[in-house]
Design a protein around this ligand. Structure first.
Ligand SMILES: C[S@@+](CC[C@H](N)C(=O)[O-])C[C@H]1O[C@@H](n2cnc3c(N)ncnc32)[C@H](O)[C@@H]1O
Length: 186
């Protein structure tokens, strides 16, 4: 049987990811500001159409870099179109993932996985890879949609991540979402 929650969000549904209400409910400047510092390298994994990638690049100013990584070329093309000719284009690197591997060799300071972990085929493998990508004390910010991920499933994911060496440090409140911030334990 197909596990519906593991279905990958289709490129045709990106309009939903960019709706005006979301700009207010998921304002990245509100929930990410305290973690973003000059010169950081930030991975937006499962970046979709770049809703967060763009805001993070703006927050970084002239320093730092955002790696916008997604499984679907169509999503990366959407990001490409949005940033073309803008100043932030220089601070954004597009990266195509494989279904079973993010495939980033550079070490990063923060990983944002917004509404994507439930689409990943093997969470254990994914968490292990994220740990290997993060710098010591790096931050792993996970946000999942309440309408796809139950409280118990989210708790199970948190436990898996904790077993693999992530320390939960905060449970921020984000509209329609379940969220957790981990620090990589060294
Ligand atoms: C619901 S969308 C969320 C997009 C974006 N994070 C946002 O909140 O606007 C989930 C995204 O994760 C991507 N995705 C799913 N599985 C993935 C994987 N294994 N590796 C990388 N990206 C993946 C999908 O292609 C899709 O663009």
């Amino acid at each position: 049987m197909v596990n519906k929650s593991k279905r990958v969000c289709p490129v045709e549904r990106t309009k939903w990811l960019d709706v005006g209400l979301r700009k207010w409910a998921h304002n990245p400047k509100k929930f990410l500001r305290e973690f973003i510092k000059d010169n950081m390298v930030i991975l937006d994994v499962g970046c979709g159409s770049g809703f967060f990638t763009i805001k993070i690049a703006e927050m970084l100013g002239n320093s730092g870099k955002v790696i916008a990584a997604d499984l679907q070329e169509g999503m990366l093309n959407k990001v490409k179109q949005k940033i073309k000719g803008r100043e932030i284009e220089e601070r954004i690197v597009l990266h195509k993932c494989n279904k079973n591997e993010v495939g980033i060799s550079e070490k990063v300071d923060l990983v944002l996985a917004f509404y994507m972990v439930h689409e990943v085929p093997d969470e254990n493998k994914f968490f292990k890879e994220i740990k290997s990508i993060l710098k010591p004390d790096g931050i792993f910010y996970v946000v999942e949609p309440k309408f796809h991920v139950s409280k118990i499933d989210f708790k199970n994911s948190i436990n898996k991540a904790a077993e693999l060496g992530f320390k939960p440090i905060k449970e921020p409140r984000i509209f329609w979402s379940r969220a957790i911030i981990f620090k990589k334990c060294s």
